[in-house]
Design a protein. Structure first.
Length: 410
């Protein structure tokens, strides 16, 4: 018996018990659909973290003022000794692992352009901030040294601000007012998207830090050159841990912190936090896929059970085939084809169901999902393996029946 004849015979046998074949495939269908959906959800979570890392920039740390303790009461972050521009310059100059250290200050304000206004985030910083964040310009230019030193009335805007204030018009060289201060737009930042908290990173106006301090913020902060935070980018190939320790040592020296004393600053290694989230997402993906794979194993056990029942029911048929010349290998091939056909058809239906479930999760739950061909091949291949593995024993048992005993079976 050739392969095509064995395939036709197997399909006729499955069609003769359609309902039983469908119920047998149910475990495979659910297993494949679950594997594909779980991998898509896990992969989507991993992609989301990677997008956040890309949007944030690589090898980045954030240095912030620490908390102040008075009378045993901890007053919270940014209540202690402040950071200054000189601290940022010292970090960039004296820590060899650091590529740039960008001081920044930030607050919210209403921005007005003609008859249009928009509430957004105003940041005072330097060009180093864009380098640290790996944030290129879509159009225009960055700040010149003279503009940073002289508190020039210039700004770079994010795409969200540009769209809200000017629509489809070119915002370059347009004048906007920030707290009654007229500022000329010299650059438009490239799109960044949302951060890990769901905040729109493109909803921002960046001005020179001196402009922010002297013209927008006002007050006495300019004398001390206080800053809200310092964004630090570590050079490629350098250890983040070593850079962090060196920054701590430098700031402790500059702030005259006694040995064993509390550090009046906080360093957040944001890249490591996101990398840990990415690893957690990958582990969760594997765990979810493994749990979903149990359904495939259960489906395989169902195939084995039904195939054993089929061998028992068709013992006389097997004996008759052997009596007219069928070999044990032919019987083995036929039953293996039946088992593989059950698993492959179930796998194909499972792939379609998994695609629908993945779409539904992304559409209605609002999760980011990513269905790949690799997950489809993995689930389908595993279902075929299950068919061969669990179908081999019943097929082998059928091929070893003696014709005379099979013909006498009632």
């Amino acid at each position: 018996m050739n392969f095509l004849a064995a395939l036709r015979s197997a399909l006729r046998a499955l069609a003769a018990n359609t309902l039983r074949s469908i119920l047998t495939m149910l475990g495979i269908i659910i297993g494949v659909a679950a594997v594909i959906t779980m991998i898509a959800v896990g992969r989507g979570a991993t992609d989301r973290v990677q997008e956040q890392m890309k949007g944030l920039g690589s090898n980045i740390m954030l240095v912030m003022p620490g908390g102040l303790t008075q009378g045993g009461v901890r007053l919270g972050a940014s209540t202690g000794q402040g950071l200054s521009e000189d601290d940022a310059n010292a970090i960039a100059r004296d820590v060899p692992e650091v590529q740039v250290a960008a001081p920044s200050m930030r607050s919210g304000a209403q921005v007005i352009a003609g008859n249009t206004n928009w509430s957004t985030s105003i940041m005072g910083s330097t060009n180093d901030y864009l380098e640290a964040r790996e944030w290129p310009l879509q159009s225009g230019r960055m700040f010149e040294a003279a503009e940073i030193q002289g508190s020039a009335k210039v700004a770079m805007v994010g795409l969200s601000v540009a769209t809200q204030l000017f629509g489809d018009s070119d915002p370059l060289d347009q004048v906007i007012r920030i707290k009654k201060v007229p500022v000329t737009i010299i650059g438009v930042l490239a799109k960044k998207g949302q951060n890990s908290l769901g905040q729109d990173q493109d909803d921002i106006v960046v001005v020179p830090i001196s402009t922010y301090r002297n013209r927008i913020q006002g007050g006495n902060a300019g004398k001390l050159k206080r800053v809200g935070s310092i964004s630090v980018k570590v050079k490629e190939g350098q250890s983040m841990k070593v850079a962090e320790e060196n920054i701590k040592d430098l700031l402790r020296q500059r702030m005259k912190v006694q040995p064993g004393g509390d550090e009046p600053f906080t360093i957040r290694n944001i890249t490591e936090i996101l990398q840990a989230q990415e690893e957690s997402s990958k582990v969760m993906t594997m765990l979810l896929a493994a749990v979903a794979g149990i359904s495939l194993v259960i489906g395989g056990i169902g195939i084995m059970n039904i195939m054993l029942v089929s061998v028992t029911e068709r013992t006389r048929e097997i004996g008759l085939r052997m009596a007219v010349g069928a070999r044990g290998q032919d019987i083995l091939t036929q039953f293996l084809i039946e088992a593989c056909t059950l698993s492959l058809i179930g796998g194909a239906i499972g792939v379609a169901l998994g695609a629908v479930a993945t779409w539904a999760v992304g559409q209605f739950a609002g999760w980011q999902v990513s269905m790949t061909m690799a997950s489809i091949f993995l689930a389908t291949g595993f279902s075929a393996f299950v068919g061969v593995f669990f179908g081999f024993y019943p097929a082998h048992k059928a091929s070893k029946l003696l014709p005379i005993q099979a013909l006498r079976y009632e």
